[in-house]
Write a protein that binds this ligand. Structure first.
Ligand SMILES: Nc1ncnc2c1ncn2[C@@H]1O[C@H](COP(=O)(O)OP(=O)(O)OP(=O)(O)O)[C@@H](O)[C@H]1O
Ligand SMILES: Nc1nc2c(c(=O)[nH]1)N[C@H]1C(S)=C(S)[C@@H](COP(=O)(O)O)O[C@H]1N2
Length: 166
């Protein structure tokens, strides 16, 4: 079985259909190319705590994603609540991913320190917050992508299936 990955975009504009969700496209490409994962669910919600929480819970408990990658809502603006919603649904914190993303990203853009992204575990699902911009998504995800397969193997007790296996 390949890694089951869900994408959650938290964006007021995106949820109103006012902007093409290129950040989610960046995530999809990196997941498919770099870790050969399958996108099993994709959703866009406004920057509302209850809607983000509900989507995260459904993606873990119902869709049983191995990995959820969120984009947006991690900054300092009043409506940025993705980290709080994530903290409300996780059982265990896994801060190393967020630390690595900020550390690597700050070398390229000092503004990366504005992201309050968190990473944690609900059941056997790893939840990772990414910033909203496509550039922020790419830089952040590339900082951790090499470690993700090993992390998911430990968390799920499975290995990623290779492309030539059924
Ligand atoms: N899902 C996305 N797809 C493409 N670009 C995005 C996305 N989210 C954010 N961006 C880009 O990153 C910039 C900064 O993101 P920020 O979260 O402040 O967006 P916003 O438009 O102010 O808020 P919201 O996305 O909640 O409506 C935006 O101006 C936009 O150019
Ligand atoms: N790697 C990386 N991280 C980044 C950025 C970036 O350009 N590259 N932009 C930052 C900026 S400008 C903001 S405001 C925060 C929060 O973005 P968000 O509210 O869209 O999640 O992410 C930061 N993280």
């Amino acid at each position: 079985m390949r890694w089951k990955v869900a994408i959650l975009t938290a964006s007021d504009r995106g949820s109103r259909g006012e902007r093409e969700d290129t950040s989610a496209q960046v995530i999809r490409e990196l997941v498919e190319e770099e870790i050969q994962g399958d996108i099993i669910e994709y959703r866009v919600v406004p920057d509302e705590m209850d809607e983000i929480m509900a989507a995260l819970i459904e993606m873990t408990d119902y869709f049983q994603a191995d990995l959820i990658l969120t984009t947006g809502g991690t900054g300092l603006a009043a409506r940025d609540v993705t980290p709080e919603a994530t903290l409300s649904v996780i059982d265990r914190s896994a801060p190393g991913f967020a630390e690595a993303m900020r550390m690597k990203s700050i070398e390229k853009s000092p503004r990366a320190m504005l992201s309050r992204a968190v990473t944690g575990i609900r059941g056997s699902t790893l939840i990772i917050n990414l910033p909203g911009s496509p550039k922020g998504v790419h830089e952040s995800l590339m900082a951790i992508i090499d470690v993700l397969p090993h992390a998911l193997s430990i968390l799920t007790g499975r290995e990623q299936e290779h492309a030539d296996e059924s």
